[in-house]
Design a protein. Sequence first.
Length: 152
Amino acid sequence: MFQLTGNKNGVVGLGRIGLEVANRLKPFACMISYISRNKKPLVSYPYYSTVLELGTNSNVLILCCELNDQTKHIVNKEVMLALGKGGIIVNTERGALIDEKELLECLIDDKIGGAGLDVFDNEPHVPKEFFSLDNVVLSPHAATTRNSRFSC
């Protein structure tokens, strides 16, 4: 059974959204660390310089970064294996941040504990293999911005 309290959460991308995620985790007595383009001087959370280091020192990886040439497949098989059998990946940003083929393999082979996804590489098409897995939570992507006139 998964418990949020006491987990080591690694936030990939500590911009506006990443900071909101970290702030929402604080009341659950979670350990929070991060990776970002730059170390944030006013942030007290431990900073890691690579996603691999962050994955090695986390139970949960939460992806909050933008998709660009440097971040495409930032979570690859090596990062997933570093996260370990009990590790969980949460991605609500962009599907291509994760190597989806490797994620499926790691989930099927129990090399990581689970994933929470609402974005996929080839949206709106979700690989059918995800639907048969008990260690995955899927939801349709519903995004909004603070200044949006619309809400979800």
